[in-house]
Design a protein around this ligand. Structure first.
Ligand SMILES: NC(=O)c1ccc[n+]([C@@H]2O[C@H](COP(=O)([O-])OP(=O)(O)OC[C@H]3O[C@@H](n4cnc5c(N)ncnc54)[C@H](O)[C@@H]3O)[C@@H](O)[C@H]2O)c1
Ligand SMILES: N[C@@H](CCC=O)C(=O)O
Length: 581
């Protein structure tokens, strides 16, 4: 039996429901809608965070959800999701262990064959006409209802899945699987309204210009990473809200959390077929999708190398004239993100922010800080404060509320990061400040690790390790401007997030200008992680992606093919121009 959603108690809060009704003039699913009006969706808001303090009701509820989930392990995930989809008894399944406890299997998923993927594509295309003809206000209602299910009825179930499956502690799971996911659904509805509202404002006399925000003609392929439950949920909601149908391939390590998100969308009223979730071998699924004539767009979040390879595949398809459209290629990818301290910086503040940015969720946020630049005059103070903070930090399992950070995702990541640590420990050009140790006896644990160097060209400044490893360049105070050039040049060609800590506004201006292309998200006197939907849209350029910005109308507009209409109310009297007469 596939794991189904269970209510986890009463909704925490009732959010505003869509007050507007439908606008349409033709029957939808045989139902004629008769209301009229230019409807406005509710104003989006950021979901308030629960804090899980000792003895809080939310801590009790979360602990219960964790116990209930543990009792069901390993959870089973069907190859293709749907209201009644199930894993059959004789199907071979792929097992994924818990990052914090690798002797225990967390999830087992079935893998889609090429035929299954083709069926999923055809089901999505079959659902397309009805879905895109559904009035926007009704599509919006489905996602607003989903937001309430995420933040209410299924909140603790989503958190538990994200904690056990992806190794996040309660706070990290909360800001991802509850808050950010609900925020994406609510804000995306607002962004869609913003797009539909964009209409020509100037018309010549007796003319009427209009924009028809058509969804893409084929289907969208969404490929999501392991580290955020909300990211996959957004990658599918953004195109679907704009009237597209989507084939969704989540990362194997969050197959179960993504399955839950899909089930929630179905419960919220999403018609079956509109989003087809497909699990299995990445290449089999992708090759089948890329062979299809109606492949219209890729919405990818993951590593740069994979995104690059998918661009090459799509180019090959284009060269062979396989597609009807030029597929849109949207990708948010890797980073080698920086903190930069000016000599005027508040060093205590900078050190605290750096501990969070580099080591929360074991450095596995694409936004995480993995390189830092510190002026010589402030370096001792900075490292002393960092050590003081790290002495209070517990590395441990996600279910332990005391754990500040947890394991890395799997053995492959553990081996990759610890190999880099072994080599750094033996590198005479690096001096270890803290950490450099790890332990895989129960889970994939790596201690927060910092190296410093006076060699700004060390390869660690260019390599995304995606783990809790930070490299620091201590620069001569007089070389602040030169250091800006180094920051810009380094970072492996990536340009995702970065910041400056400074109490000198001229230095802030200089950094903001010189580092204009070094980061898609640039922060001043605060850490570089935890962008909030509606406040900081997210994404970088250079080799970090196409910078379409998750959490913005910009990304959603990429899932449209606008049609321009012009209507005239007068007749043409004369063929010849006045000058011809
Ligand atoms: N910029 C962002 O917004 C953002 C957000 C989260 C993660 N990331 C990046 O994602 C990476 C970590 O996530 P990950 O380990 O899941 O990334 P990944 O690139 O290994 O996988 C991402 C997705 O691509 C799929 N995939 C892997 N190989 C594939 C192939 N050959 N063909 C088709 N699909 C393939 C995976 O199964 C997964 O669904 C890091 O590089 C991180 O910086 C970026
Ligand atoms: N948007 C998140 C990062 C997502 C990538 O993993 C942040 O801003 O920290």
């Amino acid at each position: 039996m596939a794991t189904r959603l269970r209510p986890a108690g009463s909704a925490l809060r009732q959010t505003a429901t869509l007050r507007s009704q439908r606008i349409c003039s033709r029957p939808v699913n045989g139902v004629r809608c008769l209301t009229s009006g230019t409807y406005r969706v509710p104003k989006p808001f950021n979901e308030p965070n629960l804090e899980f303090a000792p003895n809080s009701p939310e801590r009790t509820k979360l602990s219960r959800a964790l116990e209930e989930l543990r009792a069901q392990l390993p959870v089973k995930v069907p190859a293709i999701g749907g209201k009644n989809a199930q894993v059959s008894a004789n199907q071979s399944l792929t097992s994924m262990v818990m990052p914090a406890e690798h002797k225990s299997s967390f999830q087992e998923f079935a893998s889609a064959s090429k035929e299954d993927v083709n069926k999923a594509i055809e089901s999505a295309l079959k659902a397309k006409k009805t879905w895109q003809e559904m009035p926007f206000t009704d599509r919006a209602s489905i996602f607003l209802r989903a937001a309430d299910l995420v933040s209410g009825k299924y909140r603790f179930q989503l958190l538990a899945a994200t904690m056990l499956g992806q190794g996040k502690n309660a706070w990290q799971a909360e800001i991802d699987a509850a808050a950010e996911l609900a925020d994406f659904y609510r804000y995306n509805v607002g962004f869609a309204q913003e797009i539909y509202d964009k209409q020509p404002t100037v018309n010549a006399q007796s003319h009427h210009g209009r924009t028809d925000w058509r969804p893409l003609e084929g289907f969208v392929y969404a490929v999501s990473p392991f580290n955020f439950t909300a990211i996959g949920g957004n990658l599918v909601s953004a195109p679907a809200l704009m009237g597209n149908v989507v084939v969704w391939k989540p990362a194997p390590m969050n197959a179960y959390a993504s399955h839950l998100v899909h089930q929630i969308l179905l419960e919220a009223g999403l018609p079956e077929g509109v989003i087809q979730i497909v699990h299995g071998d990445a290449e089999t699924i992708t090759n089948t999708v890329f062979d299809h004539r109606e492949f219209s767009a890729l919405a990818f979040i993951g590593s740069s190398d994979v995104f690059r390879s998918l661009n090459v595949k799509a180019a090959q398809g284009l060269a062979e004239k396989r597609y009807r459209d030029f597929p849109r290629m949207m990708g948010e990818t890797s980073g080698k993100n920086f903190h930069l301290l000016h000599p005027s910086a508040d060093v205590v503040n900078a050190a605290k922010h750096t501990v969070r940015a580099s080591f929360e969720y074991a450095g596995q946020k694409c936004s995480a800080c993995s390189r830092i630049y510190i002026p010589e005059s402030r370096a001792d103070e900075f490292f002393t404060q960092i050590k003081k903070e790290l002495a209070r930090v517990k590395v441990g399992p996600p279910e332990d509320y005391q754990s500040f950070t947890g394991p890395v995702i799997n053995k492959k990541a553990f081996d990759r990061i610890t190999a880099a640590i072994d080599s750094a420990n033996a590198d005479s050009k690096l001096e270890k400040v803290v950490g450099g140790t790890y332990d895989s006896s129960t889970g994939w644990y790596i201690d927060p690790t910092i190296y410093k160097t006076s060699n700004p060209d060390h390869e660690l400044f260019d390599k995304e390790l995606f783990g809790p490893v930070l490299v620091a360049y201590v620069y001569p105070d007089a070389e602040f401007e030169k250091t800006l050039d180094i920051v810009d040049k380094q970072g492996g060609g990536f340009a995702l997030t970065g910041n400056i800590f400074s109490n000198d506004q001229q230095a802030v201006r200089l950094a903001e200008d010189k580092l204009r292309y070094a980061a898609g998200n640039f922060y001043i006197n605060c850490k570089i992680t935890a962008a909030v939907i509606g406040q900081q849209s997210f994404g970088g350029s250079r080799m970090s992606g196409t910078c379409d910005k998750a959490g913005s109308a910009g990304l959603m507009q990429r899932f449209t093919a606008p049609r321009t209409l012009k209507e005239e109310y007068n007749k043409l009297d004369e063929v010849l121009y006045p000058s011809n007469l």
